[in-house]
Design a binder for this molecule. Structure first.
Ligand code: PAZ
Length: 320
């Protein structure tokens, strides 16, 4: 079934989707997507439609049992996706935020790690109020989040497993197809490279009495080339490449750019990912850094600024 060019074959894709456990709320997700895209592709008063970006965020899990007790996970916190979402909305995009349940959320950056316990306190026994020290951060988070959702500029769709992630990504991409070049994919999620096919998975909790665990993980089908070729061929596509070895990072990013025909690949190293990234395009490697002279600055601000500019050029090219 392996294709000769190393890309995933139609048969592999079909087999992945056919054997994946069905999404619990496929109809509900489809309706939300339809409504969101209709709303944002209608003329916005200035005569043009809003651009729509799908931001993927956080890590996918790989279940080891169908009635899952154990799973393989990865490091991703979802900070990149959540922060980028805020900047895209500020740049007048509508964002479909496909995120890992429990990972970082847009507009929550300035809240403490456990907001419920740290931001609130009891007054006179039973009433709950926001602590003075957190009140500005809580007010801003609620206000900005509500404004984005109420205006129809933010749609949040959660996933946990690689099965859910790829099925929802396919639904999003197909429903964004009609947006043509106005659609963008910003694929910052850390997607598992290996997984256990559903049909090969133990149904019940794996028993330790059977001795050492010998389990075969197969390569997860890379859907990037299908997304580019079939699901949303006119969209502007940005994928991410993370490595821990700086010596191979740019080479791997370059390979991904060519192999999956991405418009850009954002290369980053694990330890410096919040400080700097390198945007790899067909003819340039553009370093993007956090402004270290500004307290509270982040790398996503200049990164999204650059991507919005490149997306405008992509739309202009497609229109001429
Ligand atoms: O989620 P996070 O903010 O902790 O990290 C972001 C990231 C490193 C997951 C992202 O920038 C990235 O590189 N995603 C793709 C990872 C990969 O190569 O699969």
């Amino acid at each position: 079934m392996e294709s000769t060019n190393g890309l995933v074959t139609d048969a592999e894709i079909k087999s992945f989707f056919d054997s994946a456990p069905p999404l619990r709320d496929r109809v509900g997700i489809a309706n939300k997507l339809k409504e969101f895209i209709q709303l944002n592709s209608a003329s916005q008063g200035n005569g043009s439609a809003r651009r729509v970006v799908c931001v993927t965020s956080g890590g996918t899990t790989v279940p080891l049992e169908q009635r899952c007790v154990r799973y393989i996970d990865n490091f991703s916190s979802g900070h990149r996706g959540a922060t980028s979402t805020e900047y895209f909305i500020k740049a007048e995009y509508a964002v479909i935020f496909l995120y890992r349940r429990g990972s970082c959320q847009p507009y929550c950056r300035s809240l403490p790690e456990d907001p419920l316990l740290e931001c609130f306190e009891f007054t006179n026994g039973s009433n709950v109020q926001v602590r003075q020290s957190c009140s500005e951060a809580v007010r801003r988070a609620i206000n900005d989040h509500h404004a984005a959702v109420a205006a129809g500029h933010l749609l949040k769709l959660p996933f946990t497993t690689i099965f859910e992630y790829l099925q929802i990504l396919q639904m999003i991409a197909i429903s964004m197809r009609n947006l043509g070049p106005h659609a963008m994919f910003y694929l910052a999620a850390a997607v598992s490279d290996f997984y256990v096919p559903w049909k090969d998975m133990a149904e019940h909790k794996i028993q330790s009495a059977s001795g050492p665990l010998d389990m075969r993980l197969v390569q997860a089908p890379k859907m990037l080339s299908v997304l580019r070729k079939e699901w949303a061929p006119m969209a502007f596509c940005i994928s991410f490449k993370l490595e821990t070895d700086s010596k191979i990072l740019l080479e791997k990013a370059d390979m991904a750019l060519k192999k999956y025909k991405m418009h850009m690949v954002v290369a980053n190293e694990l330890v410096t990912r919040n400080e700097e990234v390198i945007v790899v395009t067909a003819d340039k490697k553009i370093p993007v850094c956090r402004d270290k002279t500004q307290p509270g600055s982040d790398v996503e601000n200049p990164l999204i600024e650059l991507l919005v500019e490149k997306h405008s050029a992509h739309i202009k090219d497609a229109d001429t």
